[in-house]
Design a protein around this ligand. Structure first.
Ligand SMILES: C[S@@+](CC[C@H](N)C(=O)[O-])C[C@H]1O[C@@H](n2cnc3c(N)ncnc32)[C@H](O)[C@@H]1O
Length: 257
C-alpha cells in the first residue's frame, strides 16, 4: 500500500506555481528530500506562506527516491566498514543534484550536523542571491563522495542531531524568506534584531504596564527616544555579554577596529 502511494510521486514536485512571467525568477528554495510531502509544511503559513502565495519566492520539493534506478527504488545501502544504520547512495543523490542544479541555482547545501553552523550572516548572503538548493539527509547521511564531487556546502543547524534534514531546511528557508524584499512589513525591525549588529536583541515589553507585580522599565514609558535607544543598546550588550561570550568577543573586536 505504502509502495503504491510512493510510485505516484512525480520526479520533481512543484509545491507552488508562482504565476510569474517566464524569465522573471523569484528567489527559489529547491529541496531534495525523501519526504517531499513535508513541504511547504510550516512554510505555507504566516509570513512565509503569504509571500509564497504572492509569488515573492518559490519552493520546489524534489523526491530523491524518484532518481533511483532499480526496481525497488533503493536510495540507501549498508556502510562500508560496518557499523549501524544505512547510508544514502552517491549515484542516486548525484542524479537528483544534477537535475536540481541544472540552472546553476547556488549554493548547493547539504544539511548535516558535521557542517559549519548556520548564522545570520550566511542567511543574509543566501537571501541576497537567486536562491538555494538544500539536500536533506536521512539515515546516517550521504556518501562522502557525492558531497565532495558536487562541492556541497555543509551546513549545520546547531549542535544537535535531527532525524532528517527537513526541519533544518525549513528553518533555513524561513530565515532567508523573511529577509526578502517586501516580505516583512517594517524594514527597521530587521536592523535591530538579534545578530544584525553582532548583538542579541534587547528585551521587549507591551501592555499591561504592570503585570503580576512586575513593572515595565520606566524609561520605556518616558517617550524619550534617545534614552530608550541607549537603554536598549545597554540591555542588548548586557545580554550578549552574559549569554554569548563568543558573540561578545567578536563585537568588542569589531568595535575597536
Ligand atoms: C540521524 S541524522 C545523521 C547524523 C549523522 N550520522 C551524524 O552523527 O553526524 C540524519 C540526517 O539529519 C540531518 N541532520 C541531523 N542533524 C542535523 C543538524 N544539526 N543540522 C542539519 N541537519 C541535520 C542531516 O541531513 C543528516 O544526514
Amino acid at each position: 500500500m505504502k509502495k503504491a502511494a510512493r510510485k505516484k510521486t512525480t520526479r520533481r514536485v512543484e509545491v507552488t506555481e508562482t504565476g510569474r512571467t517566464p524569465g522573471d525568477h523569484p528567489w527559489t528554495a529547491r529541496v531534495l528530500t525523501l519526504f517531499p510531502e513535508m513541504f511547504p509544511g510550516p512554510l505555507g503559513q504566516s509570513l512565509a506562506g503569504k509571500a509564497l502565495e504572492q509569488g515573492k519566492w518559490r519552493l520546489e520539493a524534489s523526491d530523491i527516491r524518484s532518481f533511483a534506478t532499480d526496481r525497488h527504488r533503493t536510495v540507501d545501502d549498508t556502510p562500508f566498514g560496518g557499523g549501524p544504520g544505512m547510508v544514502m547512495r552517491p549515484d542516486v543523490v548525484d542524479a537528483a543534484l544534477a537535475a536540481a542544479t541544472r540552472d546553476e541555482l547556488k549554493p548547493a547545501i547539504y544539511l548535516t550536523p558535521r557542517g559549519k553552523r548556520v548564522d545570520q550572516a550566511l542567511v543574509r548572503d543566501w537571501a541576497a542571491g537567486p536562491g538555494i538548493v538544500l539536500v536533506c539527509g536521512r539515515y546516517e547521511g550521504l556518501d562522502e563522495r557525492v558531497i565532495a564531487s558536487r562541492g556541497l556546502l555543509e551546513i549545520s543547524l546547531g549542535d544537535l542531531v535531527l532525524s532528517g534534514g527537513e526541519p533544518a531546511a525549513i528553518a533555513v528557508i524561513d530565515a532567508c524568506v523573511r529577509l526578502l524584499p517586501g516580505v516583512m512589513g517594517a524594514e527597521e525591525t530587521l536592523e535591530e534584531e538579534s545578530f544584525e549588529r553582532g548583538l542579541l536583541e534587547y528585551p521587549h515589553y507591551t501592555r499591561p504596564a504592570e503585570w503580576n507585580g512586575m513593572k515595565v522599565p520606566e524609561v520605556l514609558l518616558s517617550g524619550h527616544h534617545e534614552k530608550i535607544k541607549a537603554w536598549r543598546l545597554a540591555e542588548a550588550e548586557a545580554a550578549t555579554k552574559s549569554r554569548r561570550p563568543d558573540l561578545w568577543d567578536a563585537y568588542q573586536r569589531n568595535k575597536t577596529r
